[in-house]
Design a protein around this ligand. Structure first.
Ligand code: HAM
Length: 424
């Protein structure tokens, strides 16, 4: 029986993987410029971390986690997101003892049991950042601006930044009361999930994707109308910084995000050209999360974006994504003795920094020359009986057609000279 990959996963093959490498390189480059450092955490964690961190009333914890028991009867979960893990690592490794804030980024696979569609997978990949140890609204502005800078750098243009404030426990208590009052009359008409949320976390009802719930809550009060003075000032400052830097955004008071840890600033970046799964980055502040997972009372903020969606958006906007399968030199050895020489030559060329290859399928000279063409080799090197005796191979510079015998040991420097330093 042929084996297939599990539903909601993907193989990223040569031809496609170069796009991923490009996006990952850009992440490292842009985030590095903003002075963020990489962190790598385990792919599985204790289930409790996500239950406490992400929140019991979220879709993620209620129905999307890949949870299993290991052979020691511990409940473990494949990470559904990166924030809880990074915060756990921050606390466990006492990063709060170093210079603050800690500005961290990560790239890696995440796992959620969701209904797969374009831009939504069960194993997907996020790039993300977390700044832990500062409540300065300039940090909120910095992470939003860094997200925009990154998306622009990969060539996206149809971006819409949406921001909101979901307040703190003080604002939320006031909002909760109004929300429950407002929805009391329609409680029975809400979907089953929202009826469950009514007592436990009525704010989540604003995030329901169900059309009838959306209609019923159209005029529901938002936290933005209930911000306390401190949250209101914070939000105003974030906006001032964004305005000063010419970042355009819209305030969306209904955007509450799907995770429970958010406080104050929440934001999403939408790419308007890719259809249904158009949120390519989501993030916000989480001032209670560090203490929630057992650390000191420390504020934090961050965001994450889906690699799959970033690449879909690049394709939708026809960002040029063709990466050639290319070599600098293609070496052809004719006959067993020449082949040993070819293997030796390849080894030394690669050590010198060239991208070089040869045939491993026993093909004839003509077929090998075709392969050299397909790989856009800058030089083709041929070694036959005569060349072995001379100790020099025929090197053909493909661009000019010029060809001459070059001693084996000098081929690297000959090619470098011919390319005028194009190859290091
Ligand atoms: P999130 O909104 O759950 O937030 O996910 C962030 C991004 O990950 C989404 O906007 C989307 O691009 C991508 N994503 C999520 N689920 C999937 C999926 N099933 N398939 C493909 N892509 C997906 C978080 O994960 C928070 N940890 C973000 C954050 C960091 N907040 C503060 N710091």
């Amino acid at each position: 029986m042929a084996m297939n990959r599990p539903r909601g996963t993907a193989d990223i093959l040569p031809g496609e993987v170069e796009k991923w490498q490009f996006v990952e390189r850009t992440v490292r480059d842009v985030f590095g410029r903003f002075h963020y450092q990489e962190v790598r955490t385990p792919i599985f964690e204790h289930t409790e971390l996500f239950q406490r961190g992400v929140g019991e009333t979220t879709d993620i914890v209620e129905k999307e986690m890949y949870t299993f028991e290991d052979r020691g009867n511990r409940s473990l979960t494949l990470r559904p997101e990166g924030t809880a893990s990074v915060v756990r690592a921050y606390v466990e490794n006492k990063l709060y003892g170093g210079p603050q804030p800690s500005k961290l980024f990560y790239i890696g696979p995440m796992f959620r049991y969701e209904r797969p569609q374009a831009g939504r997978q069960r194993q997907f990949h996020q790039y993300g950042v977390e700044v832990i140890g500062s409540d300065d609204p300039a940090v909120d502005a910095e992470v939003i601006m860094m997200a925009v800078a990154f998306l622009q750098e990969i060539g996206l243009k149809q971006l819409q930044v949406e921001i909101n404030s979901v307040g703190c426990s003080v604002c939320r208590a006031a909002h909760r009361e109004h929300m429950m009052e407002h929805l009391a009359g329609v409680r029975e008409q809400l979907c089953k999930d929202c009826q469950g949320r009514f007592e436990r976390n009525p704010l989540r009802i604003l995030d329901c994707k169900n059309e009838s719930c959306k209609a019923l809550t159209k005029d529901a009060p938002t936290v933005l109308d209930h911000l306390c003075e401190s949250c209101s000032t914070h939000f105003a400052k974030v906006r001032t910084f964004l305005d000063a830097c010419g970042i355009s955004y819209v305030v969306n008071p209904r955007m509450v995000r799907g995770l429970d840890y958010y406080t104050k600033t929440a934001f999403e970046i939408i790419e308007t050209g890719i259809g249904a799964q158009s949120t390519i980055i989501g993030g916000g502040r989480y001032n209670k999360l560090v203490s929630e997972v057992g650390g000191p009372d420390t504020p934090g903020i961050g965001f994450a974006g889906g690699m799959e969606r970033a690449i879909l958006a690049m394709q939708a906007q026809s960002v040029s994504l063709t990466f050639a399968d290319q070599v600098d030199l293609y070496v052809i050895g004719l006959g067993p003795k020449a082949e040993t020489q070819a293997v030796q030559l390849l080894q030394s060329l690669r050590t010198e920094g060239f991208r070089a290859d040869k045939d491993y399928a026993g093909r004839g000279m003509k077929a090998q020359l075709k392969t050299a063409d397909r790989l856009q080799a800058k030089f083709t090197v041929v070694i036959g009986e005569e060349e072995l005796q001379k100790g020099a191979a025929v090197v053909k510079t493909m661009a000019s057609g010029e060809q001459q015998h070059v001693p084996f040991a000098d081929i690297g420097s000959y090619c470098k000279k011919h390319l005028g330093g194009e190859i290091k």
